[in-house]
Design a protein around this ligand. Structure first.
Ligand code: HEC
Length: 119
């Protein structure tokens, strides 16, 4: 009896963790991906003030500027990240990430970037 209870609790826990684990893990992934690949130009807080921003011909825009960011559809942001700035008429200072990131990761980044603008 006791053993069975322990097993079922463990099972329920594993199931619960599985369910809880998937969704936020992706958001966390995006935060980490952003930190590693994007923050050097776009800045930890999305203000366009990363350590490498000064070396670029084009200053990365301020992702916290809601008015400016609301004019850029998600599809364009997605394309800019995937295929690079030049693909959406921006300077090629913005690299393409299609080789390193899959579509799911890029979608997660689009969502993550939207979070910098706090209304
Ligand atoms: C080498 C510097 C650099 C890196 C690294 C970089 N970017 Fe950019 N990014 C830019 C520049 C410069 C632009 C063009 C100016 C602008 O729109 O901010 C840009 C533009 C963008 C845009 C388009 C915004 C718009 O105006 O339409 C998005 C979205 C974006 N970057 C996301 C990312 C993400 C996500 C990463 C990480 C995977 C990343 N960038 C990495 C420099 C960089």
């Amino acid at each position: 009896m006791k053993k069975l209870a322990v097993v079922s609790i463990a099972g329920a826990l594993a199931l619960g963790l599985g369910v809880i684990g998937t969704a936020p893990a992706h958001a966390q992934d995006a935060a980490l991906t952003y930190k590693i690949y994007c923050s050097r130009c776009h800045g930890e807080n999305g203000k366009g003030d990363g350590p490498d921003a000064g070396t670029l011909k084009t200053k990365p825009r301020n992702f916290t500027d809601c008015a400016a960011m609301s004019k850029i559809p998600d599809a364009i942001r997605f394309k800019a990240i995937k295929d690079g700035g030049a693909a959406v008429g921006l300077p090629n200072d913005m690299p393409a990430w299609s080789a390193g990131l899959d579509d799911d990761q890029i979608h997660a980044l689009v969502t993550y970037i939207s979070g910098f603008c706090k209304k």
